[in-house]
Ligand binder design. Sequence first.
Ligand SMILES: [Zn+2]
Length: 252
Amino acid sequence: MTVRLFGCVCGQFHSSGAGMGMDAERVSVPIPFYVIDHPDGLALFDCGVPATMCDRDESYLVALRTQGMDVSLTPEETLTAHLHRLDIDPARVRYAVLSHLHFDHVGGLRELPNATVVVQRAEWTAGFEREASQHYGLRKRFFDLGHEVRLIDGEHDLFGDGAAVCIPSYGHTPGHQSLRVRSGQGDHLLVGDACYHQGVVESRRFPATADHDAMNQSLDHLLALRSAETVMVFGHDPAQWGPSPVLPAARG
Ligand SMILES: [Zn+2]
């Protein structure tokens, strides 16, 4: 049995272009998460925004709008809806590997009752520190939900066979990580918010709150890990999720 990798888009994030390292005044970018179907269990890399954000009056959305940001999410785009289209019962998901603790990467955790959260220790620790969590915008209400948590330090081979390897890529947040996946779909480097989109590889326009030295180092490291066959999948790149998405998705 081979390993299969799927990409799903869980709504759109709307913000100023500057906030996403883009030139346009306002931009809308996809919020992807990934499903790794491995013989030893199902793993997700990130889990999108919470299904409760289908409601325009959800309290965090209301707060985001006061800061010039917004999320749009339809019932067909929730994590649970994507998993159902892939014929996956969310209760069967074994691992939720989190790139970092921002709401648009951990929001679907509440829909995964039996998953073990796999996160860098530096990220989880920051999530519970007052100053760091405020600076980086890490909100416990989205991730501190009583899941079993596996804290890792640096590289971590999730299944022990090289199919899914966590790669530390700190800087966007204190313990951000990426995931290298070797599957029937080829070699993918899911970089998360270590790089929002292709343009940032050159421009190095990183978010204001991030540690820019660390982000530069992390991105250089990720770029060096690529082979000729590796496809780099960025954190929020509209060009990768258009009519011909970079990864196969669940069919409706
Ligand atoms: Zn993000």
